[in-house]
Design a protein around this ligand. Sequence first.
Ligand code: ZN
Length: 187
Amino acid sequence: MTRTRVPALLIGCLVLAACATTAVAARTPSPTLTTTEGTVLGPADGYLPDGEGLSPFDTAEPAVGNLERALLDALQDATTAARDDGVTVQVTSGWRSAALQQALFDQAVAEHGSVEEARRFVLTPELSQHVTGRAVDVAPYDAMDWLSRFGSDYGLCRTYANEAWHFELVTSRGGECPEELTDATAG
Ligand SMILES: [Zn+2]
């Protein structure tokens, strides 16, 4: 969204070098999410704005650092191997606080019109593996594709057929991934 504005800003910067910092600021989405109740959620809740990605080695960020150790180890090893294939793995969502998961669920209910429909895409805090630090969402597409093909070498599997970006540590290294569930309501 904001990305489309960048070229115009950069062209402006050719004639006005001083606006370089403005261009950077315009590209950075707000690092917080405000719930309908007015609670502000930020990086400490594991919140990452849409389009933002973290390196799996960026453990100072709670979204990455609060992932379960075994998942983090597997993800970092996979990221290193993917890099050798020219693929960069980024974390778009990892550990989330229960408050953030609830806010995302509430958003999904508003978006999809019902709790039943929302549950196909976002689980409640009691059920989400993101809250326990046992799930990670990755980007870009290359990284999803690489992990769907080679992730099992590290124990990482895609668990939902309708979430190409969502991976969990559900097998042993070199093991076989269980069959994907249709969506988060199945199983
Ligand atoms: Zn996920």
